[in-house]
Design a protein around this ligand. Structure first.
Ligand code: KDG
Ligand code: MG
Length: 404
């Protein structure tokens, strides 16, 4: 079974997604998500110009060799654009293998190690009261884990909140040119423990509670936050500090028992090797679509297993339903699974991507469809042309650029 074509589909049903579709000589198609938020066309061009021509004629089942060919053979290794492109190829080939075997990918990976995938949803509010109402709606729907974010008093805007009253999930890339947010760490550190306390006071401790810091603190500030949150038994605080400096996590670790999750911007095992092997984190958040696909993410998860680190993959709305379906397939199989983010997708994404996963009682179930369990409707995709959008940026009050 040889690859006969590889095509890139760019579409914007609610937000921009880049999808790689590989077709084999016997007419089987496989999908991989190649979306890199705010840099979508860089990956589309990388695939179209430099990867698709190399795929035609290759054996579709040679997943390991194709991965190595694109990674080692390309000379220029790693980086989000390269690794997202390789990930898309890898996921599409797993999809094809599953379809040709008549099995969901999790069976090809050794079979399910659990009945379903624990997910967390995103609750937020422009005020703490609004956040509490949102948490209530997640718990009412059966969620067992909820991430909480709210507007920080004293700041004009806060990233990562639903738009009031819409009920729709937020869109990370929100404008043609990056929106400029102003950040002030003292205002944040004063607010977050009170916000989390309000959630526990109202709803108790019978569900998992998570919070995303979006890389904005220094290691010492993150340690202070972790300590302040200890009474509220967090499932994790996420991305407390920029993670290029892996050793910096030791400072956080030494001061707090609040669990730490990191890695949604990582694209290879080398980004987290030190963090994992030194047990400086509790959860690794790398994703199937930005960290080299199922083949490479499985390697990261296996390394993590040796050091007691659990998985907690990124699953924001800027990873397409193809990515989420692939994540679920891998999540089902790894012994050290922790949790999976599920932010959901803005409509009309469901018109373009036909998914088979189902939410029941706090868990997501990938279903038994062969392959990844997701299809694309190309006619529907063509109705939604690319719409360039950027993520916001952050400055301090004096105008200094600040971390994401
Ligand atoms: O593209 C960036 C978003 O995916 C990210 O900001 C969302 O932090 C995020 C999360 O945890 O989902
Ligand atoms: Mg995050």
């Amino acid at each position: 079974m040889r690859i006969s074509s590889a095509e890139v589909i760019v579409t914007c049903p609610g937000r921009n997604y880049v999808t790689l579709k590989i077709t084999t000589s016997d007419g089987i198609t496989g999908l991989g998500d190649a979306t890199l938020n705010g840099r979508e066309l860089a990956v589309a061009a990388y695939l179209n110009e430099h990867v698709c021509p190399l795929l035609v004629g290759r054996e579709a089942g040679a997943i390991n060799d194709t991965w190595q060919y694109l990674y080692r053979g390309g000379y220029w290794r790693r980086g989000p654009v390269t690794m997202t492109a390789i990930a898309a190829v890898d996921c599409a080939l797993w999809d094809i293998l599953g379809k040709s075997a008549g099995m969901p990918v999790h069976r090809l990976l050794g079979g399910a190690a659990r009945d379903g995938v624990l997910i967390y949803g995103h609750a937020s509010g422009q005020t703490v009261d609004e956040l509490l109402d949102d948490v209530a709606s997640y718990l009412d729907r059966g969620y067992r884990a909820v991430r909480v974010q709210a507007a920080i008093p004293g700041l004009d805007s806060t990233y990562g909140l639903h738009h009031s009253g819409t009920g729709a999930t937020y869109e990370p890339a929100d404008a043609r040119l990056p929106t400029e947010n102003v950040w002030h760490t003292p205002a944040y550190l004063d607010f977050v423990p009170d916000m989390v306390k309000a959630v526990r006071d109202r709803f108790g401790y019978g569900f998992h509670l998570l919070h995303d810091v979006h890389h904005r603190l220094s290691p010492l500030e993150a340690a202070q936050l972790g300590k302040a949150l200890e009474p509220y038994r967090m499932f994790w605080i996420e991305d407390p500090t920029p993670a290029e400096d892996q050793e910096a996590f030791r400072t956080i670790r030494q001061h707090t028992t609040t669990p730490i999750a990191v890695g949604e911007v990582f694209n290879s095992i080398w980004d987290c090797q030190h963090l994992i092997t030194n047990r400086l984190i509790d959860y690794i958040r790398a994703s199937v679509s930005h960290a080299g696909g199922i083949t490479h993410l499985r390697k990261i998860f296996e390394l993590a297993e040796l050091y007691g680190v659990r998985t907690g993959s990124h699953g924001a709305g800027d990873l397409s339903p193809v990515s989420f379906a692939a994540a679920l397939q891998l999540d089902m199989t790894v012994p050290n699974f922790g949790i999976q983010e599920y932010m959901g997708h803005l409509e009309p994404a469901s018109e373009v991507f036909r998914t088979r996963y189902e939410f029941r009682d706090g868990y997501m179930h990938p279903g038994d469809a062969p392959g990844l369990g997701v299809e694309i409707d190309e006619q529907a995709a063509a109705k939604y042309p690319y719409d360039p959008k950027y993520l916001p940026v952050n400055r301090l009050r004096d105008g200094t650029m600040h971390d994401w």
